[in-house]
Design a protein around this ligand. Structure first.
Ligand code: SAH
Length: 218
């Protein structure tokens, strides 16, 4: 992004310093990715000046893009090193997928809302994020043909972890997802081991609904 106004790169560095590093995110790959990805291009024109604020933002269709810190924390929790194939459920604005795409080999992302799916696919093309593969479907059943994945991130809240997603993780794979009720959830990080599932609770959070066969009803 050589022609971007310098105010955006300044705001972005500020965001990373004050909201992300200061709060304990230390993974250099996550920090670098968030310095790179132009978050203001993932929100509507009217919200460009709020894009680097410490809060979630509406992206249309009743959906939201998470606060930068939550994105950083979820991404860091996947303990990525660079060669992974990662599945995301809930493409939305595409920002989370874009951050992941700067770190890993390939990102597979699924969106159930057709308007968001089409809009964000175009944006990925425009920004030349060629290692992001998109799909329009119910992500709660995963993406069997491309499985298994090294890591899975679910960016909408459900009342349980969809079983197909666990099945589509490699042994040693990590999954992060908000789990709980409709109005508040706990961010869970699970690791699939040879003997079962190891779960860590990363704390309370609030996400939009995961709707689908293994989520909430529409
Ligand atoms: N990761 C997104 C967050 C978008 S909000 C971003 O960075 O902007 C969550 C998204 O999940 C919404 O776009 C919603 O339509 C989508 N969603 C909800 N249930 C889904 C499902 N079963 N499969 C795929 N997408 C789903």
């Amino acid at each position: 992004m050589t022609d971007e106004p310098t105010k955006f790169s300044r705001w972005r560095r500020d965001m990373v310093e004050k909201q992300i590093i200061a709060r304990g995110v230390s993974d250099p790959l996550v920090i670098q990715a968030m310095i790179e990805v132009p978050r203001h291009l993932f929100v509507s024109e009217a919200l460009v000046d709020s894009a680097y604020g410490d809060f979630p933002l509406p992206i249309g269709e009743g959906q939201t893009i998470s606060q930068p810190f939550i994105i950083a924390e979820m991404t860091q929790s996947l303990t990525l090193t660079g060669q992974e194939r990662v599945l995301e459920i809930g493409t939305g604005s595409g920002y989370q997928a874009a951050v992941l795409s700067r770190i890993v080999y390939r990102v597979y992302t699924i969106e159930r809302n057709n308007t968001l799916y089409l809009r964000t696919r175009k944006l990925f093309d425009r920004l030349k994020y060629h290692n992001i593969v998109t799909r329009y479907s119910d992500g709660t059943t995963g993406w069997k043909a491309e499985s298994p994945f090294d890591a899975i991130i679910v960016t909408a809240g459900g009342n349980r972890i969809p079983e197909p997603l666990v099945n589509q993780l490699i042994e040693g794979g990590r999954l992060v997802m908000p789990v709980g009720g409709l109005h508040s959830q706990e961010l869970l990080r699970i690791e699939k081991t040879s003997t079962g599932i190891k779960t860590v609770n990363l704390g309370g959070c609030r996400f939009v609904k995961l709707i689908g066969e293994h989520g909430w009803p529409a």
